[in-house]
Ligand binder design. Structure first.
Ligand code: C2E
Ligand code: CA
Ligand code: CA
Ligand code: CA
Length: 279
């Protein structure tokens, strides 16, 4: 009985702890979304293999939690989606990305395209297309400077609505990229239905290049597929010179990864771009 009581207490406090932390994360996230100063966009360059230049950049959100420090999006995007907070948070990301792009142009004379990650929850929001169009218009940015990244699985929910939304985005001039390409549960036939511009090969296929035979087959086939379909292809997660050499040998047009730069704060990023340009 005594032991049982202890066990009960043990489980009870353990579960309460876990529950509290999920609730806590949502509470803190709600607070952060209100005040917004806790969020920051980091940027990672996308490199054009042909001339080694910075072709564009991907915006990746960071949360500076007042007590926990820097929190990775891997740890809070899901909670943001489950709680609906991803909608105001996603709006903030779009707003900030446009603001940064404009700032680089006006203050640094650097004209770069930008890639923004979009959650499926945002795509399914009725006013999404109108909203994003209004935002880019308010910054006087041409939509063809903006690429929206959506995961393969994200697109497969409500397929006909998604096609509709993507078509409208495309009509306005936005580009669409399929993120984490190859990891979803969909068939390739959606490439025929969706107005897609770019495939981003998931880093799980890139990490072990050139050693892994299956990865070589998957990556080189995807690059060929992209080329034949007239799409841009980006290999993500390029960490080693060997992986890069291999990708270059199979004519991969674009790469992204720690070998070139980790995602870094906006001010550092624009310095990096300027240094690379002057080389
Ligand atoms: P993702 O869109 O697939 O982004 C790529 C992730 O890989 C980033 O992690 C990036 O820091 C990391 N990465 C880049 N190069 C390398 C490399 O060479 N090696 C390795 N191992 N990793 C590399 P991060 O920034 O932690 O973001 C994780 C995920 O969170 C993103 O995956 C994306 O799905 C989501 N996310 C990030 N920012 C946003 C956002 O603003 N909105 C939404 N909805 N999701 C976001
Ligand atoms: Ca992405
Ligand atoms: Ca463009
Ligand atoms: Ca990815």
């Amino acid at each position: 009985k005594h032991a049982g009581g202890q066990t009960y207490r043990f489980f009870s406090s353990d579960m309460k702890g876990a529950f509290l932390s999920k609730v806590q994360m949502e509470t803190d996230l709600r607070e952060a979304v209100k005040d917004r100063n806790q969020f920051e966009l980091y940027y990672q360059p996308v490199i054009r293999v042909a001339d080694n230049s910075v072709s564009s950049c991907e915006a990746l959100i960071r949360w500076n939690h007042p007590t926990k420090g820097l929190v990775s999006p891997i740890d809070f995007i899901k909670t943001a989606e489950d709680s609906g907070l991803i909608i105001p948070l996603g709006d903030w990301v779009i707003q900030r990305a446009c603001q940064d792009l404009k700032k680089w142009e006006e203050e640094q004379k650097v004209k770069l395209d930008i890639t923004i990650n979009i959650s499926p929850c945002q795509i399914q929001q009725p006013g999404f297309v109108r909203n994003i169009k209004e935002t880019v218009d308010s910054f006087e940015i041409s939509p063809d400077r903006i690429q929206l990244e959506i995961t393969e699985n994200g697109l497969m929910e409500n397929t006909s609505d998604s096609i509709n939304t993507l078509q409208k985005l495309k009509d306005y001039g936005f580009s669409i990229a399929i993120d984490d390409f190859g990891t979803g549960y969909s068939s390739l036939s959606y490439l025929k239905q969706f107005p897609v511009h770019c495939l981003k090969i998931d880093k799980s296929f890139v990490r072990d290049l050139p050693g892994d035979r299956a990865d070589r087959a998957i990556v080189s086939s995807t690059i060929k597929l992209g080329k034949d379909l007239g799409l841009f292809t980006v290999a993500e997660g390029v960490e080693t010179q060997e992986a890069y050499e291999y990708l270059r040998s199979i004519s991969c047009p674009y790469v992204q990864g720690y070998l070139f730069s980790k995602p870094i704060p906006e001010s550092e990023f624009i310095q990096l771009v300027k240094e690379r340009k002057s080389k």
